[in-house]
Design a protein around this ligand. Sequence first.
Ligand SMILES: CC(C)(COP(=O)(O)OP(=O)(O)OC[C@H]1O[C@@H](n2cnc3c(N)ncnc32)[C@H](O)[C@@H]1OP(=O)(O)O)[C@@H](O)C(=O)NCCC(=O)NCCS
Length: 167
Amino acid sequence: MSPAPYRMMPLDGTHDRTLFNSGSEPLDLYLRHGVGQDIRRRVASCFVAAATDGKVAGYYTLASCGIPLHDLPLETARKLPRYPMVPATRMGRLAVCRSHQGKGLGGALLMDACKRIHRNEIASCALLVDAKDSAAKNFYVHHGFIELIPRPMTLILPAASYQRLLQ
Ligand SMILES: CC(C)(COP(=O)(O)OP(=O)(O)OC[C@H]1O[C@@H](n2cnc3c(N)ncnc32)[C@H](O)[C@@H]1OP(=O)(O)O)[C@@H](O)C(=O)NCCC(=O)NCCS
């Protein structure tokens, strides 16, 4: 459920992203100038938390990806078939505008992504993120994400974990 007063929805032309400021310039510039082209080229989908004034309070992007089975922690890998690659969904970007941080919106955006992946007809066995720094990594670990073996800044939330949270 979206924490009031936000509405979670796909990004569209009615959303005001001009003043979005998360404290991470690359993430802010991407929302203002880069995401439209990625959506048109079908390399990313973008979902926003819209505030009551139409401004974007937070956003994330999703795209399909694959994870080599041997990169997964043993505990996760042993529950999966022995395919060389398993399907997953990458959250390429996640950011909350500074004026809305610390109100549970980042966590709510993660949960919204899990719901969309769970509802999707195309299989995905984990939500994958690339943490841009140790603060971001701590945020993901706080939400139950685990490291991929060879890439400590790449983390996954296995489907089994978020399915439990969605029940
Ligand atoms: C990281 C970010 C998305 C968090 O959003 P937020 O709305 O401020 O976070 P929330 O208020 O939803 O926090 C939810 C929980 O995570 C915890 N949390 C937040 N940031 C954390 C951090 N850096 N380390 C550990 N826990 C953290 C909160 O304490 C809260 O815990 P609780 O549910 O037990 O109370 C936001 O700070 C941001 O946009 N930062 C700049 C961009 C960025 O770093 N994006 C990550 C992409 S790699």
